[in-house]
Write a protein that binds this ligand. Sequence first.
Ligand code: A2P
Length: 269
Amino acid sequence: MTQTAGNPPKKVSPNAPTEQEVLSVHHYTDRLFKFRIERPPTFRFRSGEFVMIGLPREDGKPLLRAYSIASPAWDEELEFFSIKVPDGPLTSRLGDIKPGDKVLLGKKPTGTLVHDALVPGKRLYMFSTGTGVAPFASLMRDPETYQKFDEVILTQTCREVAELAYGEELAAGLKDDPLCDEYAHQFRLYNSATREDYPRQGRITDLIKSGKLFEDLGVPPLNPETDRVMICGSMAMLQDTKALCEEAGLVEGSNATPAQFVIEKAFAD
Ligand code: A2P
């Protein structure tokens, strides 16, 4: 048998990330931006999941980080909401991407902030801080969220008022959403700032503890019979908010064992 001369063909792992084109980029502040990329027809995910995203390193190997997918499962494109850290190996470079550039997209979306991990309820709370709003940007634009819950309440707390812009844009856009416009009346945004003047002030944990959140919304306090909760933020925020859910009698769920609340760290930091 003869052998072909030259190097053998390079093996490409079936799980290797694929290159996708950047379609649009929008900067909200000098630290926060969203971008949209092509979605391969074979790329399937559940609203609320995350995936690895990145850019090639100088040596050609991929530099990847977990990012929540901010667009809903039905969208033909993929959206991400990111922070830019000046010395962050990936985000400092990702912050400079332009339409037409390529980014790397992993092949295995996963996560716990999904409908499958919650048992049915009446009211869904999505508690977020900072870029932790991203998975909820996906879920709030998915009709399934409104078919499963009568009332959907998104909270986002940021240090500064300008950081609340993406959440506000999403909330304002819901009435014109192609699939969720008819459900816009079931959705409410409750945002707050902690280090600048804003009509609503304070950490979500303090607003829950004092009861101000429920008073302002005109709803009863957290109740395991009716309320379901998804939480996304820093590790400290997750721990403190989870403790309040448990105090109220809610039980943590997972994909394998759905229950009354679920948590996930906000990755893009
Ligand atoms: P604060 O300004 O009082 O620290 P960060 O950028 O540090 O992740 O914070 C984002 C937002 O989350 C800020 O408004 C911050 O409030 C708030 N935050 C930080 N830690 C917690 C926590 N343990 N529980 C609830 N909210 C928190």
